[in-house]
Design a protein around this ligand. Structure first.
Ligand SMILES: N[C@@H](CCC(=O)N[C@@H](CS)C(=O)NCC(=O)O)C(=O)O
Length: 214
């Protein structure tokens, strides 16, 4: 059987998305850690795998796919017999993608290590300033997501089955906690995150359970 390898880093929220998607779909994989703190994402060996120097990257039997959302959509299309991450109906599909993109395209990139490093190196922003920046942009995103989730009377973000929206939401909540965002103002986001964490497949994807966790 062809090898399936996920390149990731335990507390990368984008890699966490890919792990949740693989687990929800019941697809086994090997995990290859890329240490972002040591700069391994910029090593010639990793750049040969992913020239963008970012994790995650999925190698599915020789098919290499970067970008967590592309990985999730690929898994859904390549393995349609396991639970679907994207609903069948066009409107529901679009809603799942919209929540996923609000997180993956609008919130998360602003908290990336390389963005923080640039703020420090070019603009003299200190650790505290960097954390304030990250918290600010998470709050801006969560302020908009909270009423959206409040309007859905269901267990997960958009219904009673986890979708791509949930795959992105939980890792963003993990990062929010990590960076000390006060989540009291986001009861529905926390409620959905806690419901997701109760799923064994999702729980197994948690950063603290990965082989490279420190
Ligand atoms: N849009 C990409 C984002 C990937 C990304 O930003 N990964 C981060 C970790 S969460 C990374 O590898 N950062 C390396 C760096 O900033 O040097 C995705 O969804 O996969």
């Amino acid at each position: 059987m062809a090898e399936r390898v996920l390149y990731g880093y335990y507390r990368s929220s984008a890699a966490y998305r890919a792990r949740i998607a693989l687990n929800l779909k019941g697809l086994a994989y090997q995990y290859r850690a890329v240490n972002l703190l040591k700069g391994e994402q910029s090593s010639p060996a990793y750049l040969a795998v992913n020239p963008h120097g970012l994790v995650p990257l999925l190698d599915d039997g020789g098919v290499r796919i970067a970008q967590s959302l592309a990985i999730c959509e690929y898994l859904d299309e390549a393995y349609p017999d396991s639970p679907r991450l994207l609903p069948a109906a066009p409107a529901a599909r679009a809603q799942a993608r919209a929540v996923a993109l609000a997180i993956a395209a609008d919130i998360h990139p602003l908290q990336n290590p390389r963005v923080g490093k640039y703020l420090q190196a070019e603009f003299g922003v200190g650790e505290e300033g960097k954390t304030a920046w990250i918290r600010h942009w998470i709050r801006v995103g969560f302020d908009a997501l909270e009423p959206q989730l409040a309007a859905v009377p269901a267990r997960y973000a958009l219904g009673d089955q986890p979708t791509l929206a949930d795959v992105c939401l939980l890792p963003q909540v993990f990062s929010a906690r990590r960076f000390g965002v006060d989540l009291a103002a986001y009861p529905h986001i926390v409620r959905v995150a806690e419901a997701l964490e109760r799923l064994p497949e999702v729980a197994a994807a948690h950063p603290s359970l990965q082989p490279d966790a420190v």
